[in-house]
Design a protein around this ligand. Structure first.
Ligand code: SF4
Ligand code: SF4
Length: 411
């Protein structure tokens, strides 16, 4: 059997086909067990399969499969360095994509309860008040003036580059102060920043299995972004949150494919989108030279978060600015499920406690905690009082960049 992870394939939401693929994947993971401590899904899977004398996951009931699928926080961690990744193994698996397929299949066949259906729509479509706030803060003309007042655009000195910034509008997006500080750092580096006029990336729709609505959101986002990118060949698209970046680039490209052909707008967006790490490293090499020595060698705990393959250049960028970087290979899974299912909220908060334990030593020693994901930042603050900053702010602190508004130096 060939794995089907292509959302445009006619069998993608076929129940029997999806469940067979689930069993095949479960058999590979049961033998491998490398992800046993990644999340709750794998230990539960192993317990379920060990009940059978022949250890055949095909004996699991649909309800048991669904229980595992709905426990997934869509953090993407199990695909990272999986020896059975689709491009390098005969018995190929991709658990995060399988879980998205399971969600789409379940939603398509009406297997989710009404509470889940309603909750995912609320999360994906904020209230009018939330929309007004989001639009005021990040997505419209008033947002531009507000950010301009905070020094985001235009930059004050001679500009060398132009950036189109996707700040996000989902519940886990970075707060406006963070976005303002990031704009100030970029302006300091001579970058002119404008804010992309897109709605949120649609990850919450994707994770809930709302495939058709996600496809509409993806289409609207990539059209808007592609129009802006085509208007200026020198524009770089910087997406602040790794989940948004993965969704706008990878998931949107997959869902908009037409047979063997990529959607041209999605290809353009994918080719020009970045998390900003390379840009900062390139522009900041001179700015940071000699400054790291002035503040010593700050320790940074870098939380590589969900979708760890995204944003992987940040540790190197932070190290090249003079930081002693400790990578914490874990994510909270916050935006993948905590807002929809109480059990997933508990699992996500458990992972926040794990992250807090992992950074404890660096926090106590006065180091900086860095996380690209706005949900991780918010949950660490809420549950442990730990202040984490976006990697771009962390980089500015290490490089002792002085901005208005100021970016505080490492303590
Ligand atoms: S996802 Fe990959 S690495 Fe993890 S248990 Fe399954 S086969 Fe092993
Ligand atoms: S995506 Fe994350 S939560 Fe889901 S199965 Fe993989 S490691 Fe577990």
């Amino acid at each position: 059997m060939t794995p089907i992870y292509d959302p445009t394939d006619p069998t993608y939401r076929d129940e029997a086909d999806t469940r067979r693929e689930f069993s095949r994947t479960a058999e590979v993971c049961f033998g491998c067990r490398r992800c046993i401590d990644r999340c709750d899904v794998f230990p539960r899977l192993i317990d379920l399969v060990e009940r059978f004398d022949d250890h055949d996951p095909g004996g699991m009931t649909p309800e048991e499969q669904d229980g595992l699928a709905t426990a997934c926080l869509h953090c993407g961690a199990c695909a990272h360095e999986c020896p059975f990744a689709t491009e390098r193994a005969d018995r190929a698996v991709d658990v995060p994509r399988l879980m998205l397929r399971m969600a789409a299949m379940r939603r398509h066949h009406g297997h989710d309860g009404w509470r889940e259906r309603v909750a995912s729509r609320v999360v994906a479509s904020p209230s009018l008040r939330d929309r007004a706030v989001a639009s005021w803060f990040g997505l419209s003309g008033p947002a531009r003036s507000r950010l301009r007042r905070r020094g985001v655009t235009p930059s004050t000195g001679p500009t060398s580059r132009r950036v189109l910034l996707v700040a996000g509008a989902c519940p886990g997006a970075h707060d406006p102060q963070t976005v303002g500080a990031i704009g100030a750092v970029l302006a300091h580096l001579g970058v002119e920043v404008s804010v992309a006029r897109v709605r949120d990336c649609g990850a919450s729709l994707l994770h809930a299995g709302e495939l058709d609505r996600f496809a509409r959101r993806a289409r609207s986002n990539v059209r808007t972004l592609a129009d802006e990118l085509r208007s200026d060949d020198s524009l770089t698209l910087v997406v602040l949150d790794p989940v948004c970046l993965d969704t706008l680039v990878e998931a949107s490209r997959r869902v908009l494919r037409n047979g063997e052909s990529d959607d041209p707008d999605a290809s353009l967006v994918a080719g020009r989108a970045t998390d900003g790490s390379e840009l900062v490293r390139e522009l900041g090499a001179t700015a940071s030279a000699g400054r790291a020595a002035a503040v010593g060698t700050p320790s940074i705990a870098y939380l590589d978060g969900c979708h760890p393959a995204v944003g992987r250049a940040w540790p190197e960028t932070l190290a090249s600015a003079g930081a002693d970087v400790h990578v914490v290979a874990d994510g909270c899974g916050g935006c993948g499920g905590w807002s929809r299912r109480p059990a997933n909220a508990t699992a996500s908060i458990g992972r926040i406690h794990r992250l807090a334990d992992a950074v404890h030593g660096i926090v106590d020693a006065g180091g900086v905690v860095v996380a690209g994901c706005g949900a991780t930042v918010a949950l660490l603050r809420e549950h442990h009082g730990i202040e984490a900053v976006h990697p771009l702010i962390g980089w500015a602190r290490v490089a002792a960049i002085e901005t208005d508004p100021p970016v505080a130096p490492p303590s």
